[in-house]
Design a protein around this ligand. Structure first.
Ligand SMILES: Cc1cc2nc3c(=O)[nH]c(=O)nc-3n(C[C@H](O)[C@H](O)[C@H](O)COP(=O)(O)O)c2cc1C
Length: 353
């Protein structure tokens, strides 16, 4: 007889054995001036190492994929050294850490990428604005990638994965969610291409599958997870046929021995989790708006294998212990989510020992 899985019990994930099924969701905190991971970030992630697995903030594999203020990269030797400090801090406390690879594509201001032009599947500007120190500004109009540039971006994901492993990370998560470059390829309103990278759902899925395959070839499929947010309109994504778009995505990511699929499924447009359960053949992480009771229910029912917690991890470094004890949670302060220093970052208190 198999035991009912438990939120606080161990689980296998790709090449790893995790202490529990609680994941720290990836969260951009814009505290990496010069796009360099630093000692403060190592302290922050180390504080949260009792999660079964930590997923880092979105980290760009290419200089033209930075987009936001002070987000870290993984394309230079100095960045690899910086990330080594983070990996060491998490491992020193017995934790595991995946680095999230994020290329922002058209969600960018040129001032945050040393003047490099933002690139996207097509020259379609995203509605909306982005924070800059001189006020909110509309997103830049991107330039359409050429086919050879697409190949170069794919290679940058492979190199980013190699660099993450060189830095001591346990693996990488491909950020296919929330309307960044892979999500822009998936979305018919952002991808107007007429070559093999656009048009049909299979063609629109090709980029996400290609970057995942390239990373998997570089470091092993069991060290690569993928994050998706089917039906999420964030970052000006509009898809009238979410099921049509995501069916070939799930198919293309299935049966390859990838470490996991991670769904941000606030508003599932169709039973994509059911489809993934049938086809994917590996662990599934679910996220968005979870509390302990819902997390336990989804783990016990088998809907999810692991649960990722976002904002509650910002303000509760010892979230695992607090959930275990039903202790009260610190509330996160939105004013310090992005940018700044230790305030609202490493100064949230843990429970008294
Ligand atoms: C400050 C902040 C930054 C975020 N940055 C990222 C990111 O870099 N990559 C990503 O995939 N999701 C990002 N997210 C989304 C979170 O991973 C998560 O999906 C969201 O917070 C919902 O989970 P929750 O309800 O547990 O907070 C961010 C969320 C917050 C609050």
């Amino acid at each position: 007889m198999t035991e009912t899985p438990d939120l606080f019990g161990p689980v296998k994930l790709g090449a790893l054995s995790l202490h529990n099924r609680i994941v720290m969701a990836p969260m951009t905190r814009s505290r990496a001036p010069g796009n360099l991971p630093n000692a403060l970030m190592a302290e922050y992630y180390g504080q949260r190492a009792s999660a079964g697995m930590v997923i880092t903030e979105g980290t760009t594999p290419a200089a033209n994929g930075r987009g936001y203020m002070d987000i870290p990269g993984i394309y230079s030797d100095a960045q690899v050294e910086g990330w080594r400090g983070v990996a060491d801090a998490v491992h020193a406390k017995g934790g595991r850490v995946f680095l999230q690879l994020m290329h922002v594509g058209r969600i960018a201001l040129t001032e945050f990428q040393d003047g490099l032009e933002p690139v996207a599947p097509s020259a379609v500007v995203a509605a909306g604005q982005m924070f800059s120190p001189s006020g909110m500004k509309p997103h830049a109009t991107p330039r359409a990638l050429t086919e050879s540039e697409i190949e170069a971006v794919i290679e940058s994901f492979a190199q980013g994965a190699r660099n993450a492993i060189a830095a001591g990370m346990d693996g990488v998560e491909i950020h296919g969610a929330n309307g960044y470059l892979p999500g822009q390829f998936l979305a018919p309103n952002a991808n107007k291409r007429t070559d093999r990278w656009g048009g049909s759902a299979e063609n629109r899925a090709r980029f996400l599958i290609a970057i995942t395959d390239a990373a998997a070839k570089a470091i092993g499929p069991d060290r690569v997870g993928v994050r998706l947010s089917p039906g999420n309109p964030f970052n000006d994504i509009d898809d009238p046929d979410v099921e049509g778009t995501y069916t070939p995505v799930i198919q293309g990511l299935s049966g390859k021995g990838l470490a996991y699929l991670h769904f941000l499924d606030a508003k599932p447009a169709f039973d994509v989790i059911g489809l993934a359960r049938k086809q994917f053949g590996g662990p599934i992480i679910l996220n968005a708006g979870y509390d302990k009771a819902r997390a336990q229910a989804d783990i016990a029912s088998g809907r999810a294998d692991l649960i990722a917690f976002g904002s509650s991890y910002i303000s509760n470094p010892d979230l695992v212990e607090r959930l275990r004890q039903d202790a009260p949670l610190n509330a996160p302060d939105q004013a310090t989510f992005y940018g700044g220093d230790a305030k609202g970052y490493t100064d949230y208190p843990a429970l008294a020992a």
